[in-house]
Write a protein that binds this ligand. Structure first.
Ligand SMILES: [Zn+2]
Length: 243
């Protein structure tokens, strides 16, 4: 069945088109949110690369991998112009998405960052932490499905040999996140806007820690990016979001 476009009104100051994609028996549509933007680019890697660039590169591979596995997905914010996180879950719903996956790369609290020189410039890094993290919000109205998918993605990442990081559970200011599923690297982060505002199951993935010098190099390897994308797609498949 062909998708149809209907106009639903002015939100906010722009006319948004609603894609009526939710046909009975259709493959669920997955919204892949590219974390941050060109203007507000997130954390900075150990070699000075903005997080947004890592997020955009990985999101594209995740999108292609989902489609290769027979799923359906589209990206939000890949052009770097989406500056308001409030609009991202809205955009996902407008397109009829059934799942919201936000792609990010991680850093650590400022007190752990140290100076070093890279290609003649001073940069900040920490080699203390490494690994992926997953977040869900208890304010999301589909918490059970969010947790089920986050756990499935975490399990697939670990099976692919990628470790989970525990540093967000440290009892310090800025961290102290409660575990939702420690075995699979899933934390609660109740007030994350993209998670709590989504009307569909929503998970945020920190794919790895780019402030770590070795992990940054690791995450830039196409084979590693592919392994992460395959694990994400496998997890989504295992929680029923790919068929
Ligand atoms: Zn981020």
């Amino acid at each position: 069945m062909e998708n149809r476009l209907v106009f639903i009104g002015i939100v906010p100051s722009a006319v948004l088109a609603l894609c009526v994609c939710a046909v009975a028996g259709a493959t669920p549509l997955i919204a892949i949110d590219v974390g941050h933007s060109l203007q507000s680019s997130g954390s900075i890697s150990a070699r000075g690369k903005p997080e947004f660039e890592f997020n955009r590169e990985l999101a594209q591979v995740v999108w292609q991998t989902i489609e290769t596995k027979g799923g359906r997905a589209f990206e939000i914010g890949a052009d770097g112009k989406s500056v308001d996180p409030e609009t991202r879950p809205l955009e996902a719903s407008m397109h009829g998405a059934k799942f919201f996956l936000s792609i990010h790369h991680d850093s650590a609290q400022p007190q752990y960052l140290e100076d070093w020189t890279w290609q003649g410039g001073m940069q900040r890094y920490t080699d203390r932490f490494s690994g992926f993290s997953l977040f869900i919000s208890r304010k999301n109205r589909q918490l059970a499905a969010s947790l089920r998918c986050a756990s499935a993605i975490g399990a697939a990442l670990k099976k692919a040999g990628l470790p989970a990081s525990t540093h967000h559970a440290e009892k310090i200011e800025g961290e102290n996140r409660p575990w939702a599923d420690q075995a699979n690297g899933v934390y609660y982060y109740d007030n994350l806007i993209v998670l709590k505002n989504a009307k569909i199951p929503a998970v945020l993935l920190e794919a790895g820690i780019i402030a770590n010098r070795d992990e940054e190099k690791h995450l830039l390897q196409p084979a590693v990016r592919n392994a992460i994308a395959i694990a994400v797609a496998t997890g989504l498949d295992n929680c029923g979001m790919l068929k």
